[in-house]
Design a protein around this ligand. Structure first.
Ligand SMILES: Cc1cc2nc3c(=O)[nH]c(=O)nc-3n(C[C@H](O)[C@H](O)[C@H](O)COP(=O)(O)OP(=O)(O)OC[C@H]3O[C@@H](n4cnc5c(N)ncnc54)[C@H](O)[C@@H]3O)c2cc1C
Length: 288
């Protein structure tokens, strides 16, 4: 069992990791070796103290160098669920590995893509955020996949191996999926409808050529970099999509802290760094 698991390798997660390291704690940091698209894609950063202007790419390089010097490793695994036990947490990965931890820091950012009408209502009843966790449920079935980033194309291929038909809505350029059972749609759905489970996806007029305005599907996969924290962590208190925290960055779940964009606006690097630092000190206190 580790002292802490940090979910997310953006500024909030990195700041928390640097502080936990300085405080001599054992922890696992989950995210991406390229850190965060929200750092990488920044054209020019001008409001970070000490750096008068820096490109997102060079900021990523500087952070990677610092992590290496501090011997902090990022585990490139995606967290699928965080489960609060009596005095610890079970953290399940999309590849089904489970880690145990005494505390958790949620630093998973916010997804800028708006939820689809009906999405939350059908979670666990046909709406999924994880191809490797739920893909097997759709053997020889028809599914719709919304994918926000090219980095998750391997999950589309995984689903295409299982499902009979995949309707794909890619929200990025340079799609490199070339499968006979994958049909690309360039239109966002209006809503997801069904009874006990998902039955169809509805589009606005005019109809999509050969498909119309309603698509009968058995499931909908939302492949996004982040999912809503309330979906990730059962029983977590949120408001307007943000995690509710106090000044110590503690959530309503004992031992679970949150930092960065996921706790609310302003969405800024400096706020994420400050909150990550506070969350790590609170974890250190909590572990005592
Ligand atoms: C183009 C652009 C330019 C910007 N420019 C500026 C600027 O100039 N100045 C400024 O102050 N702010 C700027 N911002 C805002 C800033 O990027 C965010 O406020 C900041 O990145 C928030 O950091 P974070 O750590 O909270 O979240 P993020 O940077 O979003 O990091 C979240 C991390 O969590 C990971 N993650 C999510 N879910 C999981 C999971 N289930 N398992 C594992 N990992 C997961 C993600 O992959 C990501 O690595 C900009 C944003 C954008 C998009």
């Amino acid at each position: 069992m580790t002292d802490c698991i940090i979910v997310g390798s953006g500024m909030a997660g990195i700041s928390a990791a640097l502080t936990l390291k300085a405080n001599g704690k054992d922890f696992l940091l989950f995210g991406s070796s390229s850190l965060s698209e929200k750092i990488e894609k920044a054209e020019m950063i001008r409001n970070y103290p000490g750096l008068s202007s820096v490109t997102g790419k060079s900021f990523v390089s500087a952070l990677q160098k610092q992590l290496k010097e501090m011997q902090i490793e990022i585990k490139e695994e995606k967290v699928a669920g965080v489960y609060a036990m009596k005095d610890s947490f079970s953290v399940m990965m999309q590849n089904q590995t489970v880690y145990q931890s005494r505390s958790v820091i949620l630093a998973c950012g916010v997804e800028s893509v708006k939820q689809i009408d009906g999405e939350e209502a059908f979670v666990g009843r046909g709406v999924s955020y994880c191809a490797t966790c739920d893909g097997f449920l759709y053997k020889n079935k028809k599914i719709l996949v919304l994918c926000t980033t090219k980095r998750l194309e391997h999950e589309i291929n995984y689903l295409a191996d299982i499902a009979e038909k995949v309707y794909l809505i890619p929200m990025y350029k340079d799609v490199e999926i070339n499968r006979i059972n994958v049909e690309i749609i360039r239109k966002m759905p209006l809503k997801i409808e069904g009874g006990k489970r998902v039955e169809k996806v509805v589009f606005s007029a005019p109809p999509i050529e050969n498909l119309g305005t309603e698509l009968a599907v058995d499931g909908v996969f939302m492949l996004r970099d982040s999912v809503s924290p309330a979906i990730l962590v059962g029983g977590l208190q949120t408001q307007d999509g943000h995690v509710v925290v106090d000044r110590a960055m503690a959530t309503n779940l004992k031992g679970c802290f949150a930092a960065g964009d996921c706790t609310g606006r302003p969405y800024q690097y400096a706020k994420a760094v400050g909150e990550g630092n506070v969350a790590a000190h609170s974890v250190t206190q909590y572990l005592k």
